[in-house]
Design a protein around this ligand. Structure first.
Ligand code: AMP
Ligand code: MN
Ligand code: MN
Length: 325
């Protein structure tokens, strides 16, 4: 806890001593990445600081209800006309995760790295990294409290969104008593918990359901039934009208099969690369497998981008998973 206090202090100094921040999260941002970006933006606005929130690509449409979600620049459409000397990275396990946003970092830029991945390599000038936290939003709740700021419904909704999505609806093993305590406090600010669960965890678009059906049609299982996997290509997206964000959640299906220890989703990015998402029932540390391929994540949920084609990558990943079974 003392280490955490030192990191909180250093992070506070970072904000107080500088101005004109760039706030970035990881490529293909999830609920925690978007919410954490907005929570940092809110914090900076409370301090009267200038800031720009960005991502390499678009923010999932589903998250449009979040306060100032439309203020996060999609750099693939709206490039900025200046670079930044002070950058705040949220929910990024390593520097690579910031993607093309790095083109807007001044050379030698100072970074504040706020994250909860155990594989985080402390790439920041200041690192507020708490591997025990269920979400970056949990760390930001502590940070806002440490800064002595009073939350409002808008930022509480963002923080709740981060907690809700990264814990799979308060179900994963990361759902600590502290997470429930924070969620309870956030609800006191008027957050509509059931509506967020419905929107973010229950509802599917028709193309998303069609994509899921198509992916499950190609489900494969190892002979011993311990590993299950599916793959999705651009062809599948085109045939169903689904988008990249519609792939989220598919990986849970192979993992949910009784007896399966590791579920995998292979997303073909292009002819040169595949993104693999991994989920573990507990036995296999998928963060280790991801790390082996240059990615990262958590013990039970991790990912990596691997150069190559499905034919070569699938057997390599299966082999690495098998080493731990
Ligand atoms: P995903 O499979 O994309 O839902 O990601 C599962 C977890 O692994 C999340 O916590 C991600 O932030 C993390 N992760 C995914 N891809 C990578 C990567 N290429 N490098 C580091 N961490 C990753
Ligand atoms: Mn994330
Ligand atoms: Mn996260």
């Amino acid at each position: 806890m003392q280490t955490m206090n030192r990191e909180l202090h250093q992070s506070k100094q970072f904000l107080m001593e500088h101005d004109h921040f760039l706030v970035v999260s990881h490529v293909q941002p999830d609920g925690d990445a978007v919410s954490s970006t907005l929570a940092v933006g809110w914090l900076l606005s409370c301090l009267g600081k200038n800031y720009v929130m960005v991502n390499e690509g678009p923010i999932p449409k589903r998250m449009g209800y979040l306060w100032q979600a439309d203020q996060i620049h999609d750099l693939s459409v709206n490039p900025l006309d200046r670079k930044f000397e002070h950058v705040i990275c949220v929910d990024c396990a390593d520097f690579k995760r910031v993607g093309k946003t790095k083109d807007w970092f001044e050379e030698g830029a100072k970074l504040l790295n706020i994250d909860h991945h155990p594989t985080n390599d402390a790439f920041g000038t200041v690192n507020l990294v708490v591997p025990d936290a269920a979400a970056t939003a949990e760390i930001l709740y502590d940070f806002v409290t440490y800064m002595g700021l009073e939350l409002n419904k808008e930022v509480a909704t963002a923080l709740y969104t981060g907690l809700l999505t990264d814990t799979g609806g308060f179900r994963y093993s990361s759902t600590s008593p502290k997470v429930m305590e924070i969620a309870s406090r956030l609800l006191e600010y008027g957050v509509d918990g059931p509506a967020l669960s419905e929107l973010l965890l229950e509802q599917m678009t028709l193309p998303q359901l069609r994509l899921l059906t198509r992916a499950l049609n190609g489900l494969q299982l190892s002979e011993d039934g311990l590993i299950a996997w599916v793959s999705v290509s651009d062809e599948d997206l085109q045939a169903t009208g689904a988008s990249h964000e519609d792939m989220e959640g598919i990986v849970n299906y192979p993992r949910n099969i009784q007896g399966v220890e590791t579920g995998l989703l292979f997303k073909v990015i292009d002819e040169q690369a595949v993104k693999v998402s991994m989920r573990s029932a507990g036995k296999v540390d998928v963060a280790l497998v991801a790390k082996h391929f240059g990615g990262g994540g958590h013990v039970r949920a991790a990912g990596a981008r691997i150069e190559g084609t499905l034919d070569t990558i699938v057997p390599q990943v299966l082999e690495q998973v098998r080493l731990q079974l």
